[in-house]
Design a protein around this ligand. Structure first.
Ligand SMILES: NC(=O)c1ccc[n+]([C@@H]2O[C@H](COP(=O)([O-])OP(=O)(O)OC[C@H]3O[C@@H](n4cnc5c(N)ncnc54)[C@H](O)[C@@H]3O)[C@@H](O)[C@H]2O)c1
Length: 355
């Protein structure tokens, strides 16, 4: 293959700021052709096509798939807006990169996952944290230890930059929209999650600032297949200050490990620091393009079928919290045994079962 012809569906914040810069670099090296940009907003697609030198512009992904002979596709749209792009890509044997969260509908994710698995195309979900050099180091170090306990603490601050990420029914809440990255990273370190139980502090109607209707706090407990237990907490209360915090700890026998994008600390000592030029989005793009060009997907750390457990873990947390903390087994949740819908409690004014 000469250059991999890529189609990009959704030319919003993440595509333009995180995916296109490294892809443009790969295009300069002749490894990639930015073949088609597709956005329901045609002017947005056309503007970015001019900036990045894309060959064609579409407002409908079906027309794009019909007219273009693509080697790979990026699907980067808000999670409630997925329809059939993943299915078309899988049917046509086109490798697919889908941004997280894959969807808010676990049944849809299962359908997409099956299609991707059956077609055997290389696939990737946008869990870029797996591509930090510190993540690979941490994973290797944990494999030489006996992990028992993981703790993630995320305190988000600042205002939302997009309307849909301020609305529970459109983004699934901060735990689904953001904390999913760290839940997935725990899976990279520790393997699959089997059970979840969650308590949320829901925001009451009018308890501003508008238009936010997301829970204030998400307090989630996980059990991993290995027996490891984790506590993952998130709050979205610090709207008017710049005071975010992120802590990721893994407690092993005789080892307290702390992960951040920049370094790994063990028992208080820095044991690894990332190189200054570490760019997880660029590494993720490089591995995806490598997989397309070589047909060898072994360098991909976050295939669509493999990522289903991360999505189930966060949607399962929503479902548990909406049922007062009921324990949810993720295999049953994914298989559709029982009620998979999560509900906003009546006092938030949310519509039941619409997420
Ligand atoms: N990996 C990360 O760190 C990270 C960061 C931010 C966002 N994201 C994820 O990326 C996805 C996109 O987020 P964003 O911030 O770019 O959103 P955005 O709202 O900025 O952009 C979305 C774009 O998709 C377009 N669009 C919507 N439906 C479409 C369709 N059917 N076909 C073509 N275009 C369509 C919109 O017009 C818009 O231009 C979300 O799932 C989000 O969670 C990931």
């Amino acid at each position: 293959m000469t250059a991999a012809r890529l189609g990009l569906v959704g030319l919003g914040h993440i595509t333009v700021n995180a995916h296109l810069p490294p892809l443009a670099g790969l295009a300069d090296k002749g490894l990639v052709t930015l073949q088609a940009f597709c956005d329901v907003d045609g002017e947005t697609a056309a503007r970015h096509a001019r900036t990045f030198g894309a060959n064609a512009v579409y407002t409908d992904h079906r027309e794009m798939f019909e007219k273009e002979n693509l080697d790979g596709v990026y699907i980067c749209i808000p999670p409630t807006l997925h329809t059939d792009a993943e299915l078309i890509a899988a049917e046509r044997g086109i490798p697919v990169m889908v941004e997280k969260p894959q969807t808010l509908d676990i049944a849809q994710a299962v359908r997409f996952s099956e299609a991707v698995r059956k077609s055997g195309v290389p696939s990737q979900v946008g869990f870029m944290s797996r591509y930090y050099t510190t993540a690979a180091f941490m994973r290797d170090r944990i494999s030489e230890r006996t992990p028992r306990h993981a703790l993630v603490q995320l305190l988000y601050s600042g205002r939302h930059i997009r309307y849909w990420t301020s609305r529970f029914e459109l983004c699934g809440g901060s735990f689904v929209e953001n904390t999913i990255h760290m839940v997935d990273l725990l899976r990279f370190f520790l393997g699959d999650i089997t059970e979840v139980s969650a308590f949320y502090f829901y925001r009451k109607p009018g308890e501003g600032p508008e238009p936010i209707n997301l829970p204030h706090v998400y307090d989630v407990n996980y059990r991993f297949e290995s027996g490891v237990v984790a506590s993952v907490t998130t709050s979205r209360v610090l709207t008017n200050v710049n005071a975010s915090r992120r802590e990721v700890l893994v407690v092993c026998d005789d080892s307290l490990m702390e992960w951040s994008a920049e370094k790994v600390v063990e028992n208080g000592e820095t044991v690894f620091e990332s190189p200054a030029a570490d760019n997880a989005f660029a590494s993720q793009a490089r591995e995806f393009v490598n997989a397309i060009r070589s047909g060898d997907a072994s360098g991909l750390r976050n295939g669509y079928p493999q990522a289903l457990n991360s999505l189930a873990a966060v949607l399962g947390a929503n479902a548990s919290a909406s049922r007062g903390g009921t324990l949810i087994r993720l295999d049953e949740f994914v298989a559709g045994d029982g009620d998979r819908r999560d509900r906003m409690p009546a006092d938030t004014g949310g519509e039941p079962g619409t997420v």
